[in-house]
Design a protein around this ligand. Structure first.
Ligand SMILES: [Zn+2]
Length: 101
């Protein structure tokens, strides 16, 4: 298993999860329910973590994430809250976490 992404912002981690899962890669979330224990843990340890189950999928997962961030996609959507342009696979604005229209 390899860690592919972690972030303090759970919405961003879920966005990345969607991208990777759409590539047909099996992933696992760690710390999904750790937020409630934040008072007892070092904050970084409660960050949601995205892992690929199969190490061989790691490069493919990273490539999927990279291409989703770099590709010009016709189905991008513009956030109604902050006017930021978001990838079609994002359910929430990466900038302000407003939900997609
Ligand atoms: Zn926004």
């Amino acid at each position: 298993m390899k860690l592919i992404y972690t972030n303090e912002n759970r919405y961003l981690v879920h966005n990345i999860q969607n991208i990777v899962e759409n590539s047909g890669i099996t992933i696992m979330l760690k710390n999904e329910f750790a937020a409630g224990a934040a008072g007892d843990l070092v904050p970084h340890e409660t960050w949601l973590e995205l892992w690929v189950l199969n190490d061989n999928d790691y490069d493919k997962a990273i490539a999927a994430i990279d291409s989703s961030f770099s590709s010009v996609n016709e189905t991008e959507w513009t956030c109604r809250n902050c006017n930021e342009v978001n990838n079609a696979s994002f359910d929430f604005c990466w900038n302000c976490q407003h939900s997609s229209p």
